[in-house]
Design a protein around this ligand. Structure first.
Ligand SMILES: [Zn+2]
Length: 62
């Protein structure tokens, strides 16, 4: 899911800048996406980061 700077997020969560994948922000539902402030402030394409990871999936065969 992508949201641009100035648009309202329909899903809260963590978003990362498309151009700066290491730069993430926390956004609440209904918030307007800010500019990315990495390097210089710029209009960004924000990419939703999936946080729900399963760490308990281990394939252990012996
Ligand atoms: Zn950026």
């Amino acid at each position: 899911m992508y949201v641009e700077t100035g648009q309202v997020s329909k899903q809260g969560g963590v978003y990362k800048c498309f151009g700066h994948p290491d730069f993430t922000i926390k956004v609440n539902e209904g918030d307007i996406l800010p500019k990315c402030t990495k390097d210089k402030p710029h209009d960004a394409l924000w990419v939703k980061v999936a946080i729900a990871k399963k760490e308990s999936e281990q394939t252990n065969s012996d």
